[in-house]
Design a protein around this ligand. Structure first.
Ligand SMILES: [Zn+2]
Length: 432
């Protein structure tokens, strides 16, 4: 089959930003909350309204729409062949106090790519499918990434359908109620490549004044819970030398954790985000402190070694402080490594447009994490003003959205004219 791919590919094609902006504004009017934010929780009335509009937009763009049994929405633009498609998209749901851009620009830019290809009569060798994944945020039904996790069989159907929101309503009931329970046979499979444009949700690109992040993977993460037990007593009559103060001991543990993390690797991050103190009274010596520890690194080996060392060293410090330390494992996620050939493509698409670009690793989870298990995957990041996300004031500037969408367009165009999956797979994984 010789389809003259060189003729199909058009240089200098760019998205229509004014049109993309209009779709973002329309989305920003659904689930609006004070302070420029959005509350569009998965499978609510607001989610349904957004989905209905997205469905109309896909129809108008001539896409063949499918819905799977988790409510993931796909719109297909046929190619000149029936080779596996290039998939592009993200999610349209938000946090309860979410912003207008997280996930949303990834879906709406995917739609804009289709419209741009239509405007310019550009055909591609492979079909292109755009996608809106259900319940990425996990704000209503925990855990996050249920749509992409279901489609890739990371979670089974019983597990997903029985997730309950705070009012006890199940995922399945709510999916049926909004009319988006589709067919299992429509689930994503046999994909040539997946691209997800997303806001960075951190401050790195803005700080370095770089427009595009070519994302090489997602950090691995461990959650631990540490319980420190000492002895309570009156804050007045008990001399300092005779105390077993759990909180004073914890402060030493945390200082050690920070010091150790800084020595381990520049990419390591540790966070103590939650703490409870008992009895939590002004004039009582704390008897028990329970705190969480979130540890991340792009390299699983670095993270694992750090945890192994901390387990030993924190016990030693606790002994000196005369307190008892118990460490509980809460959760662990391994690092994801995206496809090096696609990362390279994103870098070269950015350069072709004349935009600054940096290879980076995502600190947050995304639908790409699960799609990466079944298909070569890559993400494109655009700057978040002040690194803010999951807040009403989340902001990505128009110029940056436009650049991100153009890089997405050129990358999708290039890869959708790529004949064999082998051409993507011949490169080895990165050596982090
Ligand atoms: Zn997101």
């Amino acid at each position: 089959m010789n389809l003259g791919v060189a003729k199909i590919k058009k240089q200098n094609v760019r998205i229509n930003f004014e049109r993309l902006k209009r779709t973002i504004i329309k989305s920003s009017q659904i689930g609006t909350i004070p302070g420029d934010g959005l509350c569009r929780l998965a499978l609510t009335e607001e989610d349904k309204i957004m989905r209905d509009i997205f469905m109309e937009w896909m129809d108008e763009a001539g896409l063949k729409v499918k819905i799977d049994d988790y409510g993931n929405m796909y719109g297909r633009r046929e190619g000149l062949s029936d080779l596996p498609p290039v998939l592009v998209g993200s999610h349209l749901d938000t946090q309860p106090n979410g912003g207008r851009f997280d996930g949303i620009i990834g879906v709406l830019a995917a739609l804009e790519i289709i419209r741009t290809l239509n405007d310019n009569n550009i055909e591609t060798l492979r079909p292109i499918e755009i996608v809106n994944f259900t319940n990425e945020e996990g704000a209503r039904f925990e855990p996050p990434l249920l749509g992409s996790g279901g489609a890739t069989e990371t979670f089974d159907k019983d597990f997903i359908y029985n997730r309950k929101d705070r009012e006890g309503k199940t995922f399945e009931e709510e999916l049926s109620k909004i009319g988006y329970k589709g067919e299992m046979s429509n689930r994503v499979k046999d994909v040539h490549a997946f691209f997800e444009l997303h806001i960075e949700q951190g401050p790195v690109l803005e700080n370095e004044q770089i427009s595009i992040g070519a994302v090489e993977g997602i950090q691995g993460m461990t959650w631990l819970e540490l319980k420190v037990t000492g002895e309570s007593g009156h804050a007045g009559p008990t001399p300092m030398s005779l105390r077993c103060d759990a909180l004073m001991a914890v402060s030493k543990l945390i200082v050690h954790i920070e010091k150790k993390a800084k020595c381990s690797d520049a990419d390591t991050s540790v966070t103590v985000g939650r703490m409870s103190i008992s009895p939590n009274v002004v004039n009582s010596i704390p008897k028990e402190v329970i705190f969480s520890l979130d540890i991340r690194n792009k390299d699983d080996a670095v993270r694992e070694l750090l945890i192994e060392d901390l387990r030993k060293e924190l016990q030693e410090i606790s002994k000196v402080e005369k307190v008892k330390l118990e460490i509980k494992d809460l959760w662990e996620v391994k690092a994801s490594y995206f496809h090096p050939g696609l990362v390279k493509q994103v870098v070269s698409s950015a350069k072709e447009c004349g935009y600054s670009v940096k290879r980076m690793v995502s600190g947050a989870g995304h639908d790409s994490k699960y799609i990466n298990q079944i298909a070569p995957t890559c993400m494109i990041f655009v700057p978040s003003v002040g690194g803010r996300s999951h807040v009403e004031t989340e902001l990505t500037l128009d110029a940056d959205i436009e650049k991100g969408a153009n890089v997405l367009l050129l990358s999708v165009l290039e890869i959708s004219n790529n004949k064999k999956i082998d051409e993507l797979n011949k490169e080895s994984l990165p050596s982090y």
